[in-house]
Design a protein around this ligand. Structure first.
Ligand code: MIC
Ligand code: SF4
Length: 646
């Protein structure tokens, strides 16, 4: 068996690993963050369970900590009271980004983790099967329910050789993205292997599994070896270690090799993480902003390197330069070892240990700016400035470019600079911002605190047999959940579906919400028509809930990404895939579409037929729903069923 099979086999509750069908697995740990967490816990409360049933669950505050207005602070209080009531760890604002903190504090080789954030696979660097999902799936896992996924295919990526100085783990994953793209990898889990692993530390492995999310795979995983053991030991958690290696005769569904010796520094160009070139190909382009941080590149090694490379240097006067340590641990390690000094002297702005700029919470670049960032997504407008061009790079490339004021290959720029980083043998463990679960006797008295911005979890209507639909929007390929449900300034409405729904697709079609409402008042449900890889990116289930609130009942696309597909089904929206991609061309915005006897068609496992009354066309669709998914769709969503069962 390979590592993926070993972990899944040990957690299998339903189905068979090699069947190609759906499997149900036991979830050991969960994580949530504030932006998806409020809805996840509202859903958990609605299920009606007394105490969480996982081995360990943690609720992090890291996405929105700006607190402009009461809404955000109220969300934090709600989440803290939920953690106290139901037995979760609570990581307060300032403790760090969920994935970095989870890696340091809780990740355990061989265990499973489900997180309401698409970068949950970060913990795969520790040898866990760590999967991103919608909040309702995490709520289900908290209540002890299985997590369902199609039995995965495993892609082996063999890393051989050793990286040259200033070529990094980030360049490895950017190379993988260049080779595989963000499309067409649904259903795979990536397993890393090869002698190249010997020189990759846990935070570097975590950079790779983190940004594996951009491939659209279910997750990515590294074996657990002596390097894993040393990291856990330095975190004071050696007892959590177990060796986890593939069997010598393990088999894989697909293979890919990367020679680390010949790898160059890579860069993702606007506006997609797979638009990757070598840095040398675009060197010389003037840069306005450089930001180091996010869950991809904010480990102690990343910031140690940042400090050392800035020693006695000053960043270009034309560059706005910010650095966000990924966690309080990283921040404290920097202060303890006198490393902040160089960053401050060089002209760096020290930012809070949160997601911040990565999700458009602050640091929006100037008009038409070139912004170089170490995070994982550069979707159009995500930075908060639609005209800005965001490039994704390693901290080393970011630093060389910040110093010169133009995109610069660090291999050349730093060729005479030598820095020696060795992994610390002991990390600082100070838990002043991490609150442990309460004893059962103390939990009973806790009152849940809900500010006025926090609403009820939304529930959909039961599916009706005939659907009269209006095409409310037609979008192209690679529509991300950031397009559907923008974050940034709107984040504080994550707990208020009515208000948040007003901005669905706002940067694509500002009239979307209004048009949805008009169609509903004329007796139609809404249908969204889209291209390839619809719903890439974030796990935010609001990209399903808010359209549902606006009367969207069907999404008809050329292909769809895993987490978004699951979220749509969880909230009773039917994702249909064109059998013939060309049919997409014949549908226009405003067309009237009809699906007859849909419940019968779904139950019979038939290809659902969509009739275009405006254009006189008929489209067949691929339907690969499991029985469980059909039950959710008919009931109008998973919550309706779970409540009935509870
Ligand atoms: C992201 O990186 O897009 C986010 C913000 O972390 C999301 C979660 C969210 O939208 O709250 C994710 O990756 O799932
Ligand atoms: Fe936060 Fe950005 Fe990581 Fe998402 S990708 S968890 S917004 S740092």
């Amino acid at each position: 068996m390979n590592v993926v099979q070993k972990i899944l086999e040990a957690h299998l509750l339903e189905g068979e690993l090699n069947s190609g069908n759906e499997i149900g697995i036991k979830i050991d740990q969960t994580l949530t963050q504030d932006a998806t967490g409020t809805m996840a816990y509202l859903e958990f409360e609605a299920i009606g369970i007394e105490k969480i049933k996982t081995e360990l669950s943690a609720s992090y505050i890291d996405h929105n900590t700006i607190q402009d207005g009461f809404e955000n602070a109220d969300d934090h209080l709600y989440l803290q009271s939920i953690a106290e009531k139901y037995g979760l760890y609570f990581s307060k604002a300032g403790n760090g980004i969920c994935h970095q903190v989870h890696l340091e504090t809780f990740a355990v080789p061989g265990k499973t983790l489900l997180g309401s954030d698409s970068h949950t696979p970060t913990a795969g660097g520790m040898g866990m099967i760590a999967i991103g999902a919608g909040g309702l799936d995490v709520a289900t896992a908290l209540a002890g329910g299985a997590f369902y996924l199609p039995a995965p295919k495993v892609l082996k990526v063999t890393l051989s050789g050793k990286l040259n100085p200033y070529v990094t783990a980030k360049d490895i994953i950017l190379k993988v993205l260049q080779l595989l793209s963000t499309k067409g990898n649904v259903g795979y889990i990536v397993e890393y292997s090869g002698n190249g692993l010997k020189s990759l530390s846990i935070p570097e492995r975590a950079t790779i599994t983190n940004m594996g999310a951009e491939l659209g795979v279910t997750t990515s995983v590294f074996p657990s070896d002596n390097i894993t053991k040393e990291f856990l030991k330095a975190q004071g958690r050696e007892k959590d270690w177990q060796e986890l290696l593939p069997d010598p005769d393990a088999t894989y569904d697909k293979e890919l090799s990367i020679d680390l010796n010949s790898l160059k520094s890579m860069i993702a160009l606007p506006h997609s993480p797979d638009n990757v070139k070598e840095v040398s190909e675009i060197a010389g382009l003037a840069v306005d902003q450089v930001l180091i941080g996010s869950c991809t590149n904010s480990s102690y090694k990343d910031l140690y390197t940042t400090s050392k490379l800035l020693d006695n240097q000053v960043v270009s006067p034309m560059v706005s330069f910010g650095v966000a340590p990924g966690s309080k641990q990283v921040f404290q390690m920097l202060t303890e070892n006198n490393l902040l000094q160089n960053i401050i002297s060089a002209g760096g702005r020290i930012l809070e240990s949160t997601c911040g700029f990565c999700i458009g919470m602050g640091q929006s670049p100037s008009t038409n700016a070139v912004s170089l960032r170490t995070n994982n997504r550069n979707f159009l407008g995500r930075s908060g400035t639609k005209s800005a061009n965001v490039y994704l790079v390693s901290p080393e490339t970011a630093l060389a470019s910040a110093l010169t004021g133009k995109i610069t290959d660090p291999e050349i720029y730093f060729k005479n600079t030598k820095i020696n980083f060795t992994q610390p043998t002991k990390y600082i463990n100070n838990n002043s911002l991490l609150i442990s679960p309460l004893a059962d006797s103390d939990r009973k008295h806790i009152k849940i605190l809900k500010g006025p911005n926090i609403g009820d979890p939304p529930i959909n209507d039961r599916l009706s047999d005939n659907l009269s639909l209006k095409c409310v929007i037609k979008v192209e390929d690679k529509i991300t959940t950031d397009h559907i449900m923008p974050a940034g300034p709107y984040l504080k409405y994550r707990s208020n579906i009515g208000k948040y729904s007003e901005v669905v697709f706002i940067n694509v079609d500002p009239d979307f919400a209004k048009n949805c409402r008009n169609n509903v008042s004329s007796g139609y449900k809404n249908i969204i028509v889209g291209g390839q890889s619809y719903g890439q990116g974030s796990s935010r289930e609001h990209a399903a809930i808010c359209p549902m609130h606006l009367g969207v009942k069907v999404v008809l696309v050329k292909s769809i990404e895993r987490i978004h597909r699951a979220n749509l089904i969880n909230f009773g929206i039917i994702p249909l895939i064109f059998k013939k991609g060309d049919d997409y061309d014949s549908i226009g915005k405003g067309d009237e579409l009809l699906i007859e006897n849909i419940i019968k068609q779904l139950k019979a496992g038939q290809s659902v037929t969509v009739i275009n009354k405006t254009k006189n066309g008929t489209y067949s669709t691929d339907t690969t729903f499991s029985d469980r998914e059909i039950d959710y769709l008919i009931a109008g969503g998973k919550l309706n069923l779970l409540q009935r069962q509870a």
